[in-house]
Design a protein around this ligand. Sequence first.
Ligand SMILES: Cc1cc2nc3c(=O)[nH]c(=O)nc-3n(C[C@H](O)[C@H](O)[C@H](O)COP(=O)(O)OP(=O)(O)OC[C@H]3O[C@@H](n4cnc5c(N)ncnc54)[C@H](O)[C@@H]3O)c2cc1C
Length: 566
Amino acid sequence: MPKAGLVSLNLEGVEREELEVDVLIVGAGPAGLACAIQLRRLLQAAGKGETLLLVLEKAEEVGNHVLSGAVMDPRGMHELFPEWRERGCPVESPVTSDCVDYLKANGKSLRFRGALVPPPLKNHGNYIVSLYRVVRWLKEQAEGLGIDVHPGFAGASVNYDGRRVTGVQTRDAGIDKRGAKKAQFQPGMNVKAKVTVFAEGTRGSLAKGLIARLGLDAGKNHQLYETGIKEIWRIPETRAAELTGSVIHTLGAPLGTSGYGGGWIYGLSENRLSIGYVVGLDHPDVKLDPHALFTQWKQHPSVAGLLAGGELLRYGAKTIPGGGYFAMPKLFGDGFVLVGDAAGFVNMARLKGIHLALKSGLLAAETIAEALREDDASEPRLAGYATRFEGSWARDELYSVRNFRQAFQSGFFAGMVDAGLQQITGGRGLVARRAAHADHETRRPLAQARFAKPAFDGKLALDKLTDVYHSGAVHEEDQPAHLVVRDPELCITRCTQEFGNPCQHFCPAAVYEWPHASAAEARQAGGVVINFSNCVHCKTCDIADPYQIIEWTVPEGGGGPKYIDM
Ligand SMILES: Cc1cc2nc3c(=O)[nH]c(=O)nc-3n(C[C@H](O)[C@H](O)[C@H](O)COP(=O)(O)OP(=O)(O)OC[C@H]3O[C@@H](n4cnc5c(N)ncnc54)[C@H](O)[C@@H]3O)c2cc1C
């Protein structure tokens, strides 16, 4: 029988330490840290400075697992710290110019500037940042207020009392690949909290289970995701100088009209460029490979010309929850709230979520402070967070693009037309509320797959393993794979025939391999090969697997990419 699958940890009877805090925040991204900072300030102002706040982060260092473009709309940061620039929040550059390039398949391109740039892609007044640097700065601000931020601790499961969330259990450390305790075994602890804030970012593994268990997505659209592939390049100084502060978005090749997506080039400081390509995971082609698509994009003369003579510094990938307002789950329940990407606070038309993540953290903090003052963390009390959101600019912004991403499920041209109509109808477009197919439901059979990978040349076109090296991804090898295939036999039978094992294509980190020539060989080898140490925590597999049998769970705390400066 195939070996890939759930390793039974057989850890019954393990004694776990219990830690009791008032508020537990899972995830030290912009949403979680903004929530912590604002909450501490509100509690201090109310004379409740002794309230215990704890922030847990799965990365070895705060910032190591965040990845963004990133052009930041300063609105959220300004509300958190009106003097954010004077205080030293790191920025790469204010945006000095923006344009949209339409890349043609023949290697030529058309540039749109000024009034011809679609309104969502206008970026004057915004700032190019490294989210890694911003998040590390936020962590310093939080610690300056006496907040405990603990990297290296992953929330592994949610603790419940009926429908009430009572906290989380952190990941056990020191379990070998067969599920047995090693000498240095350290049981995860139970962190008990009056309020738990789920700030895990895109497709949070705890949030996913919570949403399903409590039906928080009842009556909502399916969340839609994109995978974004990003690299940072150092380029020759002469070219870099004129690009610092530039924001270039690209449409057209290589994706053309086959799906939703496009590219970005942002001019950073220190002669560096942030480049990336985003593709909707509702693309029907089972051979589509986001990393290969990004490679083809880099090879387009318009992009290749900018990178000529340059050097790759960093690589990474992450998904984005782009479904918008109608895809957001219920934001609260007994003892918990959801903030940031974990709750879908992303404006996909603008490719922006940082300001909304910060704002969601601020709004949640106001409600939690109120709940602690009243000693009442019940669902009706925490409903105040959703009420605050509905009365905020964040809601207005998200509502104004409420049908954006779904419109592209009717085809690229239909999407463009509807997106144009949405601009003049306050976000409505042709239909009051567009429905959506879940990403994994959109795959066409293998026989209809057309996507072909480019040849890798070691220059612009780097293979996945070379790129993964530049992500810094590393995990303790002697632990159970954190990527769990729930039905390995299904990969060998149906998936091979129907879809050709698409995990080997869509994973941007070469985690999954299917080298088997026959079902017998596949069974003999234990099914799909899972190189879990390569995993960059993008969550593409959890979303794109057509049978939804791959589950992304947290590895031992600290494992994963090192997205320095991403
Ligand atoms: C390719 C790409 C390009 C983007 N470009 C832009 C842009 O240009 N401008 C913009 O405004 N937005 C952009 N975004 C969106 C933006 O980055 C996100 O909206 C924003 O980072 C969300 O913040 P967050 O705090 O919710 O989540 P994150 O930034 O993802 O932070 C979540 C944190 O939680 C941690 N975590 C997760 N699970 C656990 C767990 N179980 N236990 C402990 N810790 C956990 C993670 O390690 C991470 O540190 C982009 C996103 C991507 C992927």
